[in-house]
Design a protein around this ligand. Structure first.
Ligand code: ADP
Ligand code: ZN
Length: 219
C-alpha cells in the first residue's frame, strides 16, 4: 500500500507515520529526513540545499523529487511506503503521480486548540537542547533538564502567536492539496472528536487515533 499522510505541524504526524510503518511493514519515508541526510553526508545536493533548509524555505521541487524517486525505487518499497512531508504543493502532488501511484491519503484533521496546547507545552533545555513536553513527556523535576540539570525554556517559535501564524500558513497551502486528493477520491480524513477521546488521553490519544487510521486503511 502506498500511503501519503497529511496533517498540521504538531499533529503527531511523524509519530503516527512510524507506527503505521511498523504495523504494515512498509518503510516510513520522511522527505525532511532524506534531505537532512544529504546534508549530513555533505553530498553535492546536500551542499546545495543546506542554506535553503536552514532558512526553513522549501527545497526546489526537482531536488526533492529526484531524491524521493531514488528512495522509492529501493527494494524495501516494493510493498509500498508511507510518505511524510510530501507533497507540500500541488506541483509536487502532480509530479508524484508521474513517478508512482498513491493508493490512499490520510489526513489528520486535528483542531487548532489541540495543536496550540501541545506545542505551547514544549520546552527545550538551554544547555543540551533536550526536548520535553509538559503534557506528554515532562521532566522529572519542573523546569530542569533530566540529563544535565540545565534550565528548560520555551522556544520563540513555540509561543502561541507564532504557532497561530504557522497554522494559518499551513492551512492556506494544505487546503489545496486536500482538495486535490479529495477530487481524486483518495482522501481519508481522520477526525479528532473530543467526545470520542477519554479525558486522560486528550493530550495525545496515540493508540486511539492509530486504531482509527488502521481501520480506515482496512488493515
Ligand atoms: P518541518 O515540519 O519542520 O517542516 P520537515 O522535516 O518536514 O520539518 O522538513 C524540514 C525541511 O525540509 C523543510 O523546512 C524544507 O526545507 C525541507 N522539506 C521537507 N520536505 C519537503 C518537500 N516536500 N518539499 C520541499 N522541501 C521540503
Ligand atoms: Zn539538558
Amino acid at each position: 500500500m502506498k500511503i501519503v499522510i497529511l496533517g498540521p505541524p504538531g499533529s503527531g504526524k511523524g509519530t503516527y507515520a512510524s507506527r503505521i510503518s511498523e504495523r504494515l511493514g512498509i518503510p516510513h519515508i520522511s522527505t525532511g529526513d532524506l534531505l537532512r541526510e544529504e546534508i549530513r553526508n555533505q553530498t553535492e545536493t546536500g551542499k546545495r540545499i543546506e542554506s535553503i533548509m536552514n532558512k526553513g524555505d522549501l527545497v526546489p521541487d526537482e531536488v526533492v523529487i529526484s531524491i524521493l524517486k531514488n528512495r522509492i525505487s529501493k527494494d524495501d518499497c516494493s510493498n509500498g511506503f508511507i510518505l511524510d512531508g510530501f507533497p507540500r504543493t500541488i506541483e509536487q502532488a502532480k509530479k508524484l503521480e508521474e513517478i508512482t501511484s498513491i493508493d490512499v491519503v490520510i489526513f489528520l484533521d486535528v483542531p487548532d486548540w489541540v495543536i496550540i496546547k501541545r506545542l505551547t507545552s514544549r520546552r527545550v533545555c538551554e544547555k543540551c537542547g533536550a526536548i520535553y513536553n509538559l503534557l506528554t513527556n515532562p521532566p522529572k523535576q519542573e523546569e530542569l533538564c533530566d540529563k544535565c540539570r540545565g534550565r528548560l525554556v520555551q522556544r520563540e517559535d513555540d509561543k502561541e502567536e507564532v504557532i497561530r501564524e504557522r497554522l494559518k500558513i499551513y492551512k492556506e497551502k494544505t487546503e489545496l492539496i486536500i482538495r486535490y486528493y479529495k477530487d481524486k477520491g483518495l482522501l481519508k480524513t481522520v477526525e479528532w472528536k473530543k467526545e470520542d477521546i477519554p479525558e486522560e488521553e486528550q493530550d495525545m490519544p496515540l493508540s486511539l487515533m492509530l486504531e482509527k487510521i488502521m481501520s480506515l486503511l482496512n488493515a
